[in-house]
Write a protein of this length. Structure first.
Ligand SMILES: NC(=O)c1ccc[n+]([C@@H]2O[C@H](COP(=O)([O-])OP(=O)(O)OC[C@H]3O[C@@H](n4cnc5c(N)ncnc54)[C@H](OP(=O)(O)O)[C@@H]3O)[C@@H](O)[C@H]2O)c1
Length: 200
């Protein structure tokens, strides 16, 4: 599969390493442009490349991994997603810990808001509940596999993300749609920051 990343920081690099390790191609993009990613992609190997946001967003599956306040800029002007999948890994911090503030979207969940900015995308919320070091680590442990919660409206899209991430070694768990499941997963929800293993 060809995967594009919007953002090339902690989360995008962790997911890119899993994907490349399992034979997928990854196009990374950031705010500063492809030249700033030369060292990173060299380290990731031949399956990695640096691209513009448009190039990354043209991939079959796109990971959105920028800080919350940067989301509107990061997705502005991207062509329509035409049914392609976007994994939303964001958490809605408007300022980061230790002085964390969380965006208040009223009834909307963070991923519903993200979906509203990405016309035509099949949005699957994933990875946001885990700390970066648990996203980066090998999810396979003696006691079980790291649970990866997924939420989204489109069952087929969740199946594709589930299959991909199960291939990385995670244990995907579907928790519902972007409203109910998204609320469980977002900051303040009971699954946010929950690190659990599943034995199977
Ligand atoms: N870190 C964690 O433990 C963790 C865990 C789960 C979820 N999350 C969530 O995942 C998201 C990413 O977190 P992170 O820790 O990976 O962030 P990060 O390490 O700070 O990286 C952010 C990335 O976003 C890029 N970026 C910023 N503005 C952009 C724009 N307008 N267009 C394109 N790219 C842009 C940055 O590029 P430049 O370097 O060029 O500015 C950078 O590559 C956040 O929403 C965070 O809340 C984080």
């Amino acid at each position: 599969m060809k995967i594009g990343t919007l953002g090339a920081g902690i989360v995008a690099q962790a997911v890119a390493r899993h994907a490349i390790g399992h034979g997928h191609e990854v196009v990374l993009s950031n705010r500063r442009g492809p030249a700033s990613l030369a060292g990173l992609v060299e380290g990731l190997g031949p399956l990695a490349s640096a691209g513009t946001a448009e190039e990354a967003a043209a991939a079959e599956l796109v990971l959105l991994a920028v800080n919350w306040t940067q989301v509107p800029d990061a997705v502005a002007g991207l062509p329509a997603f035409d049914g392609r999948i976007v994994i939303d890994a964001t958490n809605q911090f408007t300022s980061l810990p230790p002085h964390a503030e969380i965006a208040d979207l009223g009834e909307l969940t963070g991923s519903e808001y993200i979906a509203s900015l990405l016309p035509g995308a099949r949005v699957v919320k994933a990875f946001n509940t885990l700390y970066g070091q648990y996203i980066a680590a090998d999810p396979r442990h003696d006691a079980g596999r790291q649970i990866l919660f997924l939420a989204g409206e489109d069952a087929a899209a969740k199946d594709i993300v589930g299959e991909l991430t199960a291939g990385f070694g995670f244990a995907p768990v579907d928790v519902g749609g972007l409203r109910d499941g998204g609320r469980l997963m977002q900051l303040g929800g009971p699954l946010s920051g929950l690190h659990a293993l599943r034995q199977d």
